[in-house]
Design a protein around this ligand. Structure first.
Ligand code: URA
Length: 274
C-alpha cells in the first residue's frame, strides 16, 4: 500500500471508530503497517482545531510522520521460520527432507494453491518443480506470467510420507490439512492477492473445507475470505489426461482469471486448444 493510501486508511478507521459502535476491521498486513499509528496518533492533537481541517489534516500530518513499515516479504519471513521448525505432524516432520513454504512474488496479484509437495519439491524445497510444476510454469507462460510474477504455495508444507519402497505420492489426510492450513491462511492474509486459483479438489478441500467433484467445482468463481477464487484441474490431472478438451477447460479457467485481473488477452491466447 502506498503511503498516502495508508494515511487515508488510518484517517478513515479513526473516523469510523469515533462515529460508530462497531470496531473497524483490517487485514493482518494492514495491521502490521498500522503498528506505527499509535506513535503518530500520540503526537497529533486529539481534537484538531477547526483551521487545521479535521481528519484530512491529521492524515496529511500522519503522512509526514509515519515510520517505514515491514513489507510483505518481511512479514512472510517469521511465518516461513515457524513452518521450517514445525513438528505438529510428527510423522511428516520425521519423513520430510525439508519444508516447502512457497515461492514467488509476495506482492503478487495472483496466487496459486496446490495440494502438497511431491518428491521433487521435497528435495528442492520449492513448490511445483516436478512434472506437474513444469506444466504449471507453461500455463503461466501462456498467461504471460513468469513464476516470479505470481505466488505459489500448497495446503501442506511437508511431503505426505509414503511407506518405504512405495512409489508415487499420497493425498494429504483431512487432519494433516487442518493442521497445516493456518500457515496458508497467514500467507494469503499477508500477500492479499486479487485472485486465488485452487488446483484440484484436494486444494479446495484444504482451503474451503468443502468436498466436491471437479466437474461441479471448476470453471466458475468461488470466494475465499472475500477474495475471488477460481477452481481448476490440478496440472497432474492434465498429465494423466492429455485430451485437448481437458486442456481447453483449464485454459478457459485461466482466461477468466486474466479477465478478472484486467490483463490484456490476445486473439491467439483466446484460441489456444480450440
Ligand atoms: N503437486 C502439488 O500439489 N504441489 C506441488 O508442490 C507439487 C505437486
Amino acid at each position: 500500500m502506498t503511503q498516502p493510501a495508508l494515511d487515508l486508511v488510518i484517517a478513515a478507521l479513526e473516523k469510523i471508530r469515533e462515529s460508530s459502535d462497531r470496531a473497524p476491521r483490517a487485514s493482518r498486513s494492514l495491521l502490521a503497517q498500522l503498528q506505527t499509528a499509535p506513535r503518530v496518533a500520540a503526537s497529533l492533537p486529539a481534537t484538531p482545531k477547526s483551521h487545521e481541517g479535521g481528519w484530512e489534516a491529521r492524515a496529511s500530518s500522519a503522512r509526514r510522520r509515519l515510520q517505514p513499515t515491514p513489507n510483505k516479504a518481511e512479514l512472510l519471513e517469521p511465518v516461513r521460520e515457524r513452518v521450517r521448525a514445525c513438528t505438529k505432524c510428527a510423522h511428516l516432520a520425521c519423513s520430510r527432507t525439508q519444508t516447502v513454504f512457497g515461492v514467488g512474488n509476495p506482492d503478487a496479484d495472483l496466487m496459486f494453491i496446490g495440494e502438497a509437495p511431491g518428491i521433487d519439491e521435497d528435495k528442492q524445497g520449492e513448490p511445483f518443480v516436478g512434472r506437474a510444476g513444469q506444466l504449471l510454469t507453461k500455463i503461466l507462460k501462456a498467461m504471460n506470467f513468469a513464476r516470479d510474477d505470481v505466488y505459489i504455495a500448497n495446503i501442506l508444507k511437508c511431503r505426505p510420507d509414503t511407506a518405504p519402497g512405495s512409489f508415487g505420492n499420497r493425498a494429504p489426510t483431512p487432519t494433516e490439512m487442518q493442521t497445516c492450513r493456518p500457515y496458508l491462511v497467514e500467507q494469503i492474509e499477508i500477500i492479499e492477492p486479487k485472485v486465488l486459483v485452487a488446483l484440484g479438489a484436494v486444494a479446495v478441500e484444504g482451503l474451503l473445507g468443502m468436498r466436491g467433484t471437479m466437474r461441479e467445482l471448476r470453471g466458475r468463481w468461488h470466494a475465499y475470505n472475500g477474495i475471488p477464487l477460481m477452481i481448476t484441474y490440478h496440472p497432474a490431472y492434465l498429465l494423466r489426461n492429455q485430451a485437448p478438451s481437458e486442456k481447453r477447460k483449464v485454459w478457459e479457467d485461466m482466461l477468466q482469471v486474466l479477465e478478472r485481473l484486467e490483463r490484456p488477452i490476445t486473439e491467439r491466447q483466446r484460441n489456444y486448444f480450440l
